[in-house]
Design a protein around this ligand. Sequence first.
Ligand SMILES: Cc1ncc(COP(=O)(O)O)c(C=O)c1O
Length: 489
Amino acid sequence: MSKPPFDMDNEEFKRYGMEVFDRLVTFFSHPESYRVVPLARPGELKEHLPSSPPRKPESMDRILKDIDEMIVPRLTHWNHPGFMAYFAISSSKPAILAELLSAGYNVNGMLWKTSPAATELEEVVLDWLRQALGLPDVFIGAIHDTASTSSLIALVAAREFLNQGIRERGLAGRTDLPPLIVYTSEQAHSSIERAAIIAGIGQSQVRKIPTDALFRIDPGALEVAIQNDIRDGFQPCCVVATVGTTSFTSVDPVKKISEICKRYGVWLHVDAAYGGIASIVPEMRWVLDGCFEAHSIVVNPHKWFFVPIDCSVLYCRRIDILKQAFSLVPEYLRTKEQDVTNFMDYGVALGRRFRALKLWMVFRYFGVEGIIERLRYHLALAQTFRSWVEREPDFELVAPTTFSVVCFRFCPPELLEKGNGEVTLNLLNMSLLEKVNESGKVFLSHTKAGNNVVLRLAIGNLQTTEDHVREAWNLVKDIAREIAAQKVV
Ligand SMILES: Cc1ncc(COP(=O)(O)O)c(C=O)c1O
């Protein structure tokens, strides 16, 4: 039998590998020559793509040309120094190399047996991360794709913690089991509500506890909600506190929340997807105050630890409960090794990418001190931007700048004083945001504080410098004045 052509030959692989690298080096050398946000209109790329797959092989030259001409210009560049929307993130070069190796060896660490090195490296590197964060060694970690998945897993563990046979018998038709309740703040990420939906707890069983003027959960209101639910025959299942909320980066009073959880025997999960990483910086250690008593805590290295998306870590102090909730071993996955970790036992996915490698490469290439230095720079840049906003009478700050996000709005006093001022200001700020982003130089995002539109400038990219932040500020100021002068709202 003649051998079919199996894969790209090695010479071609090397040649095009170098060509791909050249493209990335060009991007990293001149990111400013790329637009952060593309000018693409919806459906535009699809118009350029054939609707059916190619029947015949195509050359890599043509494929790469299409990447250059059709794909890259329509990407939103998350690795751009002007990307300051949502939570700004970075895929650092050592971590990019790790991704390449991981794909090249096509590692799948579902069991220890299916990749001993992937499993043991994950155990070791997550213990390094735990130490760097200052968490006690009762916490054992596992890597998942996103914080949304990590929080879903935590919620399922909390459900299992109730010991009501839910794993076996489910929730449907359970007359012996009161409705389960999840408590979180009105500022919590939507992934918590979604996790409650997926876990069968139900959207209306999520109590969104009010927050104070600084967007932190009100622990008194939390306790009253738990008491009311118990009185009304509901079953508190999980409290989710947030360290670094999505909109305003507020930090819930976890210590007080943890005391409440203890009083009522409720699982405490902490969503520290963004803010938790800051705890690596000694003067930011306080952000995890109270979290040592939590049952589970999620941090996202793909948010502020310089690894490419995706990489989320769920630390859990009740690894036994996690295993009880998730472990299911069909015959073909049984192995003879004892006392090894099979990561498939601790989450939803069976197949698992070798994400630990990129975390390990970041730790080794930058060192903990190097990471602290970079985080400190981002924290300082945010304070610098904040000080500029503070000095400008036509702008106002909307929240404390605890991490690397500044929340502010354009708020000229003369407009506010007019009737309907807030509505006008909202239109003005949305128009400002749109025009700033249209520039292609920076990308900001927005949120709302009550009914008021708030702009967010987030720093987190390794290439972002004070010059980029100043450019963003100048753009914001210039465009704001232009809009206000023309009353183009
Ligand atoms: C506080 C918080 N938790 C969870 C998430 C969800 O993260 P992921 O995209 O990893 O699911 C986000 C997203 O920004 C977030 O801000």
